[in-house]
Design a protein around this ligand. Structure first.
Ligand code: PLP
Length: 231
């Protein structure tokens, strides 16, 4: 079941990319498996899927330890500094770096474990009070500081758009994130790449792709609705 869903979403992603003149291969579909059992992940692994997304450090670590073969787990949820040490050598990318304090802590733990951590800067483009992430103006000063951190590598930006009925309402936020990435790229800052734009979820991933997403994070459309009471 989840395999069929995954394939349907992947076909939508590819078709959308082609419609807007993009190469489908430049778009990574992350299967957001939070709250879902390992058996669902295993089914997708059998089908060749390698990119999974998790929100919580403990859940990511448990799944990371128990999968039948190594796959990529992206940490997409908020990260508390006291949990950084558990995750630096397990997440293939941390999408949710939203403060200098957190970046410092990741640098410290990554140096201890002698790894380089791939990160994205989370931007609260829509300025929603309920959401984590930097405001647009705060991003450049943060990446300028992180540029000097030897064990961190900034790959680009991430945003979580508002939950809306009509995905068109989020187009301007996706466009603004893309523009911000171009503005930063233009500055050619050492150790700072802007090749990744992580944006778009079940409800709005097609609009996000039209606006330049290179990673879409899709949960519900692949795994069905989540039941947090049971999870
Ligand atoms: C849960 C989650 C997703 C996936 O959401 P769906 O609407 O189920 O596709 C994507 N990104 C983040 C950060 C999430 O927490």
């Amino acid at each position: 079941m989840v395999t069929d869903n995954y394939r349907t979403v992947r076909e939508q992603v590819d078709a959308c990319a082609l419609r807007c003149g993009r190469n489908p291969e430049e778009i990574t579909l992350i299967a957001v498996s939070k709250t879902k059992p390992l058996s669902d992940i295993e089914e997708l692994i059998q089908a060749g899927v390698r990119e999974f997304g998790e929100n919580k450090v403990q859940e990511l670590c448990e799944k990371w330890e128990n999968v039948s073969q190594p796959v990529h787990f992206h940490l997409i949820g908020h990260l508390q500094t006291n949990k950084v040490k558990y995750i630096v050598d397990k997440a293939c990318m941390i999408h949710s770096v939203d403060s200098l304090r957190l970046a410092k802590e990741i640098q410290k733990e990554a140096a201890k474990k002698q790894v380089t951590v791939e990160i994205l800067i989370e931007v609260n483009v829509a300025e929603e009070e309920s959401k984590f992430g930097l405001s647009v103006d705060e991003v450049l000063p943060l990446v300028q500081e992180i540029s000097g951190y030897p064990n961190l590598h900034v790959n680009g930006l991430m945003t979580i758009a508002p939950f809306v009925e009509d995905p068109e309402e989020n187009r301007n936020y996706f466009r603004a994130l893309k523009q911000l990435s171009l503005d930063i790229k233009e500055k050619n800052i050492d150790n700072i790449d802007m090749n990744v734009l992580s944006m778009g979820m079940t409800n709005d991933y097609l609009v996000a792709i039209e606006e330049g997403a290179t990673m879409v994070r899709v949960g519900t459309a692949i795994f069905g609705t989540r039941n947090y009471a049971l999870g």
